[in-house]
Design a protein around this ligand. Structure first.
Ligand code: BCO
Length: 565
């Protein structure tokens, strides 16, 4: 299934390919609630049929490259064939059944798409996770979800083996690798020998499809459960207007496959429109490679967090014109207006903003062609109805600061998360009158444009990641030097905010060299939890500000960092 082409020359299909409306995937209206929906049979197989009938150009569905010159191009027909095989591997070889859960911890390898679509075909709930996770993060996810299966690569397989005895529900381990490993099923070989005949389940639109783990202010990450409605939402007319993708478009979404942004931007959005999804494997992020890739390949749309555009701009001293690039989209953190303007000025391409969470998918945005108001995240995308609300769920007057709320009563809109799995308390906590309370602060103007202001809690937003301070504090607490710590966001020119730890040292470490200790603690956090959470700034203090009851006042530290005290 892997095709490598060295000395590759892009084919000129993107210059001549016909655009189609995707009528088959546009049969729903914004507020429709079809009883059944399955992305694999209703969308992917539709495009396969279009290919077979000669109604779609020769451009691939998936176009994958890496730094070694390898390339994979799969048509929709190949995606259908291979994902049916994947579904058979799950059900026949692994014995997984509809409703079972599969932890999916893969880098950007082509198999990721086969697994997700294979799961959707078989009704297996997939749970993506970043490959930056460490053993403890994986153990927590496997235990709390009671996952029956896990799929990963050589890098993380030893970590999984070290904890598997503590996960009684886990019955199948699948490896994506060129080598075999004892106790693991070799997914690449199994795919080759599996049958391409598979009957897709008839999933109810509100049946569970995926679980994303999301960080909170307190405690460990929560399981955000989504139904097939998340995938259906990309087919609704208002969502299609958002990117206005054509079959001739090539979309590159630079998000790690562990996040909901990748599931939307690297799968549901492009393939709903029959467009080509472009992926660069990128094991290590490098803005130079991003820049070169945008030059080399006919990428028409790019979706990435603001930090990526910021890092590209830092690399270039003058203007830059990417040959095929027509539009850029950003989300995951707030985009300052001056950066939006600078991107347009230096590249000639508009950069529009979207907003969403693991709970919501893409909730609002500046649709393509819509007036961009620099600094605004655009307007709500139906069927979501976003309003700015107070703590009781009352709608606030225009231009008044409040929480971003998404209306859930009388009807929860298609695409909003179902619940925090096994956590009715947290699920109830975010229900606020008729709304889901996102916990993000904003205002809305007369034209419905939403202006992001920040969080109403302690979550740190750093280069597109949402980081729960307790996860970092817990990691630090495992080091003997740390008596106590408080973790907050601190301003940063590139990542907008970085994790900063205020640390009270244990007596034995008071005389240690502080620079050395800082590095040691940073390495320690990187080794016990996903490294993106590590404190990029550390300050040693003699005590932490506390309330009368002994609760650490993170807000005081945060205000100090942002110069508000
Ligand atoms: O900066 P350092 O070098 O000190 O540390 C980096 C990495 O080098 C290091 N690291 C990574 N893997 C490691 C490792 N260290 C040890 N072992 C490993 N296996 O850890 C640090 C990780 O930081 P990073 O991930 O920010 O890395 P980097 O290279 O600076 O990448 C920059 C970005 C912008 C590419 C990255 O931050 C990123 O991908 N951000 C976007 C996240 C995202 O996609 N968010 C979307 C969430 S979904 C959502 O918002 C809903 C929207 C609908």
């Amino acid at each position: 299934i892997r095709k490598s082409y060295h000395g590759f020359h892009p084919a000129p299909w993107y210059l001549c390919c016909r655009s189609l409306s995707g009528a088959g995937t546009l049969r729903w209206k914004d507020y429709d609630r079809p009883k059944e929906f399955n992305f694999a049979s209703d969308v992917l197989d539709y495009w396969t049929q279009m290919e077979q009938e000669g109604k779609r150009g020769p451009n691939p569905a998936l176009w994958w490259v890496n730094n070694q010159g390898d390339e994979v191009k799969w048509s929709f027909r190949e995606m259908t064939d291979l994902s049916r095989r994947a579904a058979n591997v799950f059900t026949q070889t692994c014995g997984l059944q509809q409703g079972d859960r599969l932890a999916l911890i893969l880098p950007r390898v082509p198999e990721w798409w086969l697994v997700v679509i294979g799961c959707i075909r078989a009704g297996i709930i997939f749970m993506p996770g970043t490959t930056q996770m460490k053993a403890k993060d994986i153990l927590y996810r496997l235990q709390v979800s009671k996952a029956q299966g896990i799929m990963t690569t050589d890098t993380l397989a030893p970590e999984v083996d070290s904890l598997v005895s503590e996960c009684p529900a886990l019955k199948t381990k699948l490896l994506v690798s060129d080598h075999s490993r004892h106790g693991w099923l070799d997914f690449r070989s199994l795919i080759k020998s599996a049958s391409p005949d598979h009957t897709c389940i008839k999933s109810k639109t509100l049946d569970p499809m995926a679980i994303f783990f999301t960080s909170g202010t307190t405690g460990l990450p929560k399981m955000t459960k989504h139904s097939h409605g998340l995938a259906l939402r990309s087919s609704l007319p208002s969502c299609r207007k958002f990117l206005q993708l054509k079959t001739s478009d090539v979309l590159w979404c630079i998000s790690d496959p562990g996040w909901i942004l990748a599931v939307l931007g690297c799968l549901f959005e492009p393939w709903t429109s029959g467009s080509t999804l472009f992926i660069h494997h990128l094991p290590q992020f490098d803005p130079k490679v991003i820049q070169q890739t945008l030059f080399k390949y006919p990428i028409t749309l790019c979706l990435a967090v603001p930090a990526v555009y910021r890092m590209i701009l830092q690399q270039i001293s003058t203007s830059l014109r990417f040959p095929a690039l027509e539009h850029c989209i950003t989300g995951g953190e707030a985009l300052p207006p001056e950066e939006q303007e600078e991107w347009r000025r230096r590249t000639g391409v508009l950069l529009s903003e979207i907003y969403g969470q693991s709970e919501t998918g893409i909730s609002c945005g500046t649709l393509r062609g819509m007036k961009i108001k620099p600094g605004s995240m655009g307007t709500s995308i139906p069927p979501f109805d976003i309003q700015i609300i107070d703590e009781k769920g009352n709608i606030l007057p225009l231009n008044t600061e409040g929480n971003i709320g998404i209306r859930i009563k009388p009807t929860k809109p298609m695409g909003l998360f179902m619940c925090y799995e096994d956590n009715p308390v947290k699920t109830a906590e975010v229900e606020c009158g008729d709304f889901y309370n996102t916990g993000d602060r904003a205002t809305m103007d007369e034209e419905g444009y939403i202006w992001f202001l920040g969080r109403n809690d302690d979550i740190i937003s750093s280069s597109g990641y949402r980081i729960g301070p307790t996860e970092v504090e817990n990691a630090l607490a495992e080091h003997p030097a740390v008596a106590e710590s408080a973790v907050v966001g601190s301003p940063d020119p590139i990542r907008k905010e970085v994790v900063k730890a205020f640390i009270v040292l244990t007596p034995e470490f008071l005389s240690h060299d502080q620079d050395q200790l800082t590095q040691e603690l940073q390495q320690h956090v990187k080794s016990v939890t996903a490294p993106y959470k590590y404190p990029r700034k550390v300050e040693f203090v003699s005590e932490l500000p506390k309330t009368i009851t002994g609760k650490i006042k993170r807000s005081e530290l945060r205000k100090k960092e942002f110069g508000q005290m």
